[in-house]
Design a binder for this molecule. Structure first.
Ligand SMILES: [Zn+2]
Length: 126
């Protein structure tokens, strides 16, 4: 099997006894954690929303405490209201297909497809 395959991180994935989880040789078949090259949930870590929820139920509280629990509200201001978006009706080669829009001022600026896909690209300053 390829090393590119990864396991679903769901804490109870193996307990959902679907046919595709049943693995092993004839006498020794067991329901096992799903293994795939790609998962669609939880940033590619979970095979289903169920498994994602299972994980969060068990570890979510500790994860939030570990990475920093919000103890006061965040504020949306002009400085951090920029959000990337795209016009699905525009042609692929249309330079105005991708844009960044300010949720407060509604100002729109065109961006390139590369900027749209770059997770580090933003106009937000706070
Ligand atoms: Zn799973």
């Amino acid at each position: 099997m390829s090393d590119d395959l990864k396991y679903c991180q769901g804490t109870s994935c193996h307990t959902y006894n679907t046919k595709d989880r049943l693995k092993g040789t004839k006498e020794n078949k067991t329901f096992q954690t799903r293994r795939r090259s790609h998962f669609y949930y939880g940033g590619g870590n979970f095979c289903s929303l169920n498994c994602q929820n299972d994980w969060f139920s068990k570890y979510g509280d500790r994860a939030i405490n570990h990475f920093g629990r919000l103890t006061e509200p965040k504020h949306l201001t002009e400085d951090n209201a920029w959000l990337k978006d795209y016009d699905w009706r525009a042609n692929e080669d249309d330079s105005h297909r991708y844009f960044i829009v300010n949720g407060i001022t509604k100002e729109q600026r065109p961006i390139t497809r590369e900027q749209y896909r770059d997770d580090n690209y933003t106009l937000n300053t706070s």
